[in-house]
Design a binder for this molecule. Sequence first.
Ligand SMILES: *Cc1c(COP(=O)(O)O)cnc(C)c1O
Length: 220
Amino acid sequence: MAINTIVYQSIIEELKSSNTTLVAVSKTKPISDIEALYNLGQRDFGENYVQEFIDKVPQLPQDIKWHFIGHLQTNKVKYIVPHVHLIHGVDSLKLLKEIDKQAGKNDLIINCLLQVYIAQEESKFGLDEAEIEAIINELPNLNHVKVVGLMGMASFSDDENKVASEFKYLQSIYTKYSKLETPNCHLSTLSMGMSGDYKLAIASGSNMVRIGSLLFGARV
Ligand SMILES: *Cc1c(COP(=O)(O)O)cnc(C)c1O
């Protein structure tokens, strides 16, 4: 178990020119690997599982910005809200309302990304356009969440045209809603791209990539 320093540094260099934020996805990886990347200057880390998230947070430096990128169940929101910097996977109004409620209890405002369904051939989580619209309409009633962007996962496929078209579709929705400027909806983050497809994602306007295995090695 070791991080790939050379790959890390080359990705950082690559992202600089497009002003893209790297979220280092550390799910299933040990504390020592996260510390190693932290010591190279990395501050944004992403986790997928609530139990693992709450185990890791107190063991690591407080200036880490924790991203919750996994599928989040409503009944677990309360455990992550006090520690999270950005929740990427908001895929229902019910979930957003629960985040709002728990954030209120903690006197916080939580930044969220709406997860959009873009992978045509796979059953991944995410909202369709009608559901996005419904959430946007509900936002004036929520005081402890901010929608700051969108997130999506493309099909797991070697077909670059297909993956690129899925990213372009998400970019078009992002562009559409970027025109909105309400107190708790102002899109500035487009989270798309993983180890296998982050270059295509950046070419389609991503400004936040979530990279795990390229940095930390394959997961078992
Ligand atoms: C695991 C995961 C990643 C990172 O995947 P890699 O292929 O290891 O880079 C990114 N985003 C989400 C939502 C994930 O679950």
